[in-house]
Write a protein that binds this ligand. Structure first.
Ligand code: ADP
Length: 593
């Protein structure tokens, strides 16, 4: 009940606000459902008794008219509301998917690598669509429940007036059916839990295998066998899950059949005998049969309704859990000071969630306003992690990061995020237009100024030739996802587009985290040089396992095994005997001399 309350509280007002006619239509449909059986229950005995008694044609016409006309009218109104309601099914589904994605995109970054959260997202999505039909499915069941409950009160009253014993037997049988139904549903819920992980893995392999960006690697490393084998083994696991469900629920389904047989036999036997001994008129006999038949249907419907509702609640509740997913990182409300920033790492240590190994330990580092710091070190030294902490994708396990003297956790999160223009090594471009990729604004929100700015940036980022190839100018889509005419930029062009995106954001702190790793050292050096001249007097972090960027920087921090092993200017560091930097420089000097 608590779950249902929470679901209704979270989903219904949102749905009603977006689709105001949805709930009134459900109510209209339910009203027709309630009234429908009573038309026959009250008119049929009148017709039968009139046929075997007075045989008054006018009366017979009136009764038959009420019966046929009433049922027709109720059916027509019901059918109209159902067709109208069906139109909302997909729209509601899409709307709640949108809400789920919106929430997922706003979650703490560290949760995006959390297996439990990923399972929860999968459960929320499948739970809302396949298994519960979302708001549509839940409200359908809630309204049906209310309608059935009202109908039962009416039918029980009609039967109780003539045959209380019959009523008692029906109630016992229906309770038995409900217990069996519950057992079947429990099995289904268990199967759903078992299958949610398999489904996620299944989806992952399906996506990897069909995404053409992976096509090169799959072909050249002949990975298709491995992927297909994995796909097969997940397919088998999924099949075993479904098989277990079918095998386990079969015996309950057979028992349900037996109970149903007994019910029918009793009703006909009992009312038939009562009529033979003259306790019931033929009209009452028919009325009892129609009413019990309807009560069976409604009670069975209600039992199904309750179990179905409980099942759907359990599935839809996964959405509630997901929407309430805790924000792990504390977020402050202090405004971030305007202008350039001084950044200080004070004794910062860090281990990734669910791991013990310290990736950074006791890092002390200061970057003054407008300073350029080059962070170098071998792969795995902890350079990217340092940046992830600065960008609040994770929080330090120990120590503090200060921006203009204040712990970054105290700042308003959204405002703080606006301070950085990072380009990560694994940056992502979207299958949208060039302009949208750079501005991250939807097409409708782009004005002339944005467009001018984008064409200027394309030039500055060295993409003149690329811009000439664009059939629809900056509105040309990247990749082929959205548009068959979309352009496939080369690796180098993608990196430059990512740089243009960072320049467009125009934040006070620039971060380049090896976005040029795929380029050769000389090309990398050229890009850093060009970029360095574009960012004017901004504070900048240049991260690389090569030394391409060091020449433009005021200071260089050399990372080794999570610590700042060396710090100073290029001149200072090359002169440290047996120094890490000196060694790296010696090995790479051919590129930079
Ligand atoms: P660098 O940028 O210097 O190459 P990183 O900061 O990316 O190094 O990685 C430092 C260490 O942290 C590596 O050993 C890496 O395997 C580990 N690491 C990076 N990301 C994660 C993560 N999400 N979970 C666990 N360990 C990670």
């Amino acid at each position: 009940m608590k779950k249902l309350r929470e679901i209704i509280r979270l989903m219904f007002p949102v749905a009603a606000k977006r689709f105001p006619l949805f709930f009134p239509l459900e109510a209209l449909k339910t009203l027709c459902d309630i009234l429908r059986p009573f038309v026959a229950i009250f008119t049929t005995p009148l017709i039968v008794d009139e046929l075997v008694g007075g045989r008054d044609l006018t009366k017979l016409f009136i009764y038959a008219g009420v019966l046929v006309g009433g049922e027709f009218l109720l059916n027509a109104i019901r059918q109209l509301s159902v067709t109208q309601l069906q139109k909302y099914k997909e729209r509601l589904d899409n709307y709640f998917k949108e809400l789920t994605s919106e929430h997922a995109m706003g979650l703490d970054f560290q949760l995006t690598e959390d297996k439990k959260m990923l399972d929860q997202l999968e459960k929320a999505n499948t739970g809302m669509s396949w298994y519960s039909d979302g708001v549509y499915g839940i409200s359908e069941q809630v309204f049906m429940f209310i309608g059935n409950a009202i109908k039962i009160v009416g039918l029980v009253t009609v039967i109780a007036l003539h045959a209380p014993l019959l009523l008692a037997v029906i109630v016992v049988c229906v309770l038995l059916q409900a217990v069996l139904n519950m057992k079947i549903n429990k099995v289904e819920v268990k199967a759903f839990e078992r299958l949610s992980k398999v489904n996620r893995m299944f989806g992952y392999y399906g996506w990897e295998m069909t995404d053409f960006r992976y096509g090169k690697d799959i072909r050249l490393y002949d990975a298709s066998h491995m992927l297909l084998d994995k796909w097969d083994s997940f397919g088998e696991e999924s099949f075993q899950g479904w098989k277990w469900q079918a095998d386990t629920s079969r015996k309950y389904a057979l028992l349900q059949g037996a109970v149903s047989l007994f019910e029918n036999a009793f009703v006909y036997g009992y009312t038939g005998l009562k009529t033979i001994v003259g306790a019931f008129s033929l009209g009452i006999f028919t009325q009892m049969l129609t009413a019990t038949d309807s009560l069976f249907g409604t009670l069975g419907g209600l039992a199904n309704n309750i179990t179905e509702l409980m099942k759907r609640i359990n599935y839809a509740y996964e959405f509630v859990i997901f929407m309430n997913y805790p924000q792990a990182m504390p977020k402050g409300d202090k405004p971030v000071p305007q202008g350039q920033h001084r950044i200080e790492f004070r004794n910062v240590s860090f281990a990734y969630p669910n791991t013990d190994q310290k990736v950074l330990s006791g890092v002390n580092l200061t970057v003054e306003k407008g300073e350029r710091l080059s962070v170098v070190g071998l792969n795995g030294a902890g350079k990217t992690t340092l940046i992830k902490l600065l960008c609040r994708l994770y929080d330090p396990t120990e120590g503090q990061i200060l921006l203009d003297g204040t712990d970054i956790r105290e700042y308003d999160y959204a405002q703080y995020m606006k301070q950085f223009s990072p380009v990560f090594q694994d940056f992502r471009l979207f299958g949208f237009s060039v302009c949208e990729n750079i501005t991250l604004k939807d097409r409708e929100n782009l004005d002339e100024k944005d467009r001018r700015c984008v064409s200027g940036l394309l030039k500055q980022a060295g993409l003149d030739k690329f811009a000439e190839k664009l059939d629809s100018g900056e509105d040309t889509k990247l990749f082929k996802y959205m548009d068959e005419e979309g352009i496939e930029p080369s690796g180098g062009e993608q990196q430059k587009l990512a740089l243009a995106r960072a320049l467009y954001k125009d934040a006070p702190v620039i971060i380049l985290d090896e976005p040029t790793a795929a380029l050769d050292p000389v090309a990398e050096y050229e890009i850093y040089k060009q970029f360095n001249s574009l960012i004017q007097d901004k504070t900048a972090f240049y991260i690389s396992h090569r030394l391409s960027s060091c020449r433009f920087c005021d200071h260089i921090a050399v990372f080794s095994e999570g610590r700042v092993a060396e710090y100073g200017t290029h001149e200072e560091l090359v002169n440290i005997p047996d120094g890490i930097y000196a060694g790296m420089f010696e090995a790479q000097a051919q590129y930079y001399r």
